[in-house]
Design a protein around this ligand. Structure first.
Ligand code: ZN
Length: 245
C-alpha cells in the first residue's frame, strides 16, 4: 500500500521531456538525476551560466552600439541629473565597500556572497568607473528591449549585466620570463579565471542593477532613441543559435 502511494507521488508533477522546444532530452527528474521537473540537465546548466534556459550571452560586439549610446547619453548628464548622480554615488560606495581582492585561484570554497564582493573589488582595482557600470546596466536593458528574441525576464537581465561587468576584469594573469636552455627568452603564463556562473553573477548583478532602477525608469527611452538615431533599430545580428560562451 505504502509503496504504491510513494510511487504515485514520484511520478506526479514532472514532465518526461524537457520543456525547451526542440529538445528531446529527459527532464532531470525523469532521468533520476535531479529535482528539475521540466528541464533537462543541459538546459538547467545553461540557465545557471546565462540566466536563461536557452538564450545565450550577448557578445561584447552585440552590446557595443548600446554601450556607446548609453555612454554618450550619460556623459553630459552625470552632474546635472539627480537620478544619474545618485546611482553613480551609490555604485562608488558599493565598490569602496567591496573590500580587498583575492587572486582567482584562492576563490575556491568561498561563499557566493563573498565571491561577488571580490568580483566587485576586482573591478574597482581595475579602475572601472561607476559611469561604466551605469552605462552597462542601461545598455543591457536597452539591448534586451530591442531584441525580439529575448524573453526579457528579470533574471536574464541580471545575469547579462553581471557578465558584461565580469568581462571587464575577471582573471588573474601572471607572466614569468625566463631564459631557456638555448639562451632564448621565453615566458611562462598563467591565466586563471574565476567561474563566472551561478549565484555569484546573480548577487553581483542584482547589487548593481538595484542601484540603477531610477535611471532605467527615467532614461531608458532616451538611450534607446539615441541608439536608434545613431545605429538604426537593427537589433543584434541574430546567429541561428547563440553560441554558448
Ligand atoms: Zn533540454
Amino acid at each position: 500500500m505504502r509503496s504504491i502511494r510513494t510511487r504515485l507521488k514520484a511520478t506526479e508533477g514532472f514532465a518526461s521531456r524537457c520543456a525547451i522546444p526542440g529538445c528531446r532530452n529527459p527532464t532531470m527528474r525523469a532521468a533520476g538525476i535531479g529535482l528539475a521537473a521540466f528541464h533537462c540537465r543541459k538546459h538547467i546548466e545553461h540557465k545557471a551560466r546565462h540566466g536563461s534556459h536557452w538564450d545565450g550571452t550577448y557578445s561584447a560586439a552585440e552590446l557595443k552600439p548600446y554601450l556607446a549610446a548609453a555612454t554618450s547619453y550619460l556623459r553630459p548628464r552625470a552632474e546635472s541629473d539627480r537620478f544619474i548622480k545618485a546611482a553613480l554615488n551609490a555604485i562608488s560606495l558599493l565598490l569602496e565597500e567591496a573590500g580587498p581582492t583575492e587572486i582567482a585561484t584562492r576563490l575556491r570554497g568561498m561563499s557566493p556572497r563573498r565571491r561577488a564582493r571580490i568580483a566587485l573589488a576586482r573591478l574597482r582595482v581595475a579602475g572601472i568607473k561607476p559611469e561604466r557600470f551605469v552605462a552597462i546596466v542601461l545598455a543591457v536593458t536597452a539591448l534586451i528591449e530591442e531584441d525580439p528574441d529575448s524573453h526579457r525576464t528579470k533574471e536574464f537581465r541580471t545575469v547579462q549585466i553581471a557578465k558584461a561587468l565580469h568581462r571587464l576584469a575577471s582573471g588573474t594573469h601572471k607572466r614569468w620570463p625566463f631564459v631557456d636552455a638555448y639562451g632564448r627568452k621565453r615566458q611562462t603564463e598563467m591565466h586563471a579565471f574565476p567561474r563566472s556562473s551561478g549565484q555569484v553573477l546573480r548577487i553581483m548583478g542584482r547589487a548593481v542593477e538595484g542601484l540603477c532602477e531610477w535611471v532605467i525608469e527615467k532614461h531608458l527611452p532616451g538611450v534607446l532613441a539615441l541608439k536608434k538615431k545613431r545605429y538604426g533599430q537593427q537589433p543584434r545580428c541574430l546567429v541561428a543559435a547563440s553560441p554558448v560562451r
